[in-house]
Design a protein around this ligand. Sequence first.
Ligand code: 5RP
Length: 227
Amino acid sequence: MSADDQKRRAGEAAALHVEPGMVVGLGTGSTAAWFVKALAARDLAGLRCVPTSEATADLARELGLTLSTLEDTPRIDLTVDGADEIGPGLALIKGGGAALLREKLVWEASSRCIVIADAAKVVPVLGAFPLPIEVVAFGHKTTGNRIADVLIDHDISQPARLRQAERGVVRTDGGNVIYDARCLAIHDPARLADDLKLITGVVEHGLFLDLADEAIVGTDDNGVERL
Ligand code: 5RP
């Protein structure tokens, strides 16, 4: 079974948790897109959906889902979203799709959060996937240097790298930039999360700790596993 099939299975299984009339947070990325498609196919009455990115909003709109905002629906019943890594205790790295700030705002407003993924995302230690850190564009090189100091304090010797794409520096939906930290292994995610948040100019980081209630992971045998 391909990774994409596993993502689809996980998305479809998560869509079964949604009930009519719910306010649902829609994640961002290829796995979350499978969830959005499966949710739209269920055609449930009275759903209101809060997207975590412009890309997800476009997809949901195209599929006929009713969109809302955190301002209009500040309490979300269930959010379903992908992840870049799922570690012990459902600690996550997110932000590979540069949507981590809106994602975290929506996750934190949710009564329940389900993370969906293909099996390769489940890891024994977080950190092989570079940790995304969202930074205000103004003075971002100075902030990048401060991030490097914090990383050294966590035995991470490589400075975080400014995310670039073919068209230049990547900007988030909020106009910020992303620094990706090659941590390799994050031994104390809670301390790193706290230390990064203390840096002026850091808007948010991709460590999602104590936020996921359940993981639904697509498996090789055509099924899903719940963690
Ligand atoms: C976007 C995210 C995504 O959920 C994460 O990058 C996983 O993406 P995909 O489902 O495409 O593998 O955090 O900011």
